[in-house]
Design a protein around this ligand. Structure first.
Ligand code: ZN
Ligand code: ZN
Length: 163
């Protein structure tokens, strides 16, 4: 169980911003800190935050990005796909309201970065509806059903070879 007072890597004191007008920000937080940020798939490795906090009148304004690596299943064939993600964001707090905690903004950015669908390749052939084999790697020989009037029929390329 985590202690509430455990230091949050994405929480920054604003004293330097107050004194010098701006402060570079670079921090990493473990993926476990963002459990539940994705509706599917999972984050792997640390989540990295970088940017700058600037004083703008009586506010502290962060501009920068958060990013890392994640693991999804292809929406068609369920093959695991690992990839990089990143999302830029901005946040503002009162300069006297420090420290500035960007954990929640980072979590929301992860959700925004998540694509609706993820494919292992743009023309992934998916799984055979009959035997569930991966059609990118296997030719199971099953003929796809073509008499389903209510569904959009995928375009099949004739690949009949001689012999
Ligand atoms: Zn796929
Ligand atoms: Zn099949």
């Amino acid at each position: 169980m985590k202690d509430e007072k455990e230091p949050a890597p994405f929480r920054f004191p604003l004293t330097d911003v107050k004194d010098y007008g701006e402060m570079d920000v670079k921090a990493q937080a473990p993926a476990e800190d963002f459990a539940g940020a994705l509706s599917e798939g999972s984050l792997i490795g640390p989540v990295a935050l970088r940017g700058v906090i600037r004083r703008v009148d009586d506010d502290a304004v962060f501009t920068g990005s958060v990013g890392g690596r994640w693991l999804f299943e292809c929406s068609r064939c369920l093959t695991p796909i690992e990839g990089e993600w990143s999302e830029t964001f901005e946040a503002t707090v009162s300069i006297d309201g420090g420290p500035m905690d960007l954990t929640e903004e980072a979590r929301q950015s992860i959700g925004l970065a998540q694509p609706m669908k993820m494919f292992c390749q743009p023309d992934c052939k998916g799984l055979c509806p009959t035997c569930r084999k991966n059609l990118n790697t296997t030719h199971c020989g099953h003929v796809p059903a073509v008499d389903a009037p209510d569904t959009v029929r995928p375009r099949f390329t004739e690949r009949r070879k001689k012999g």
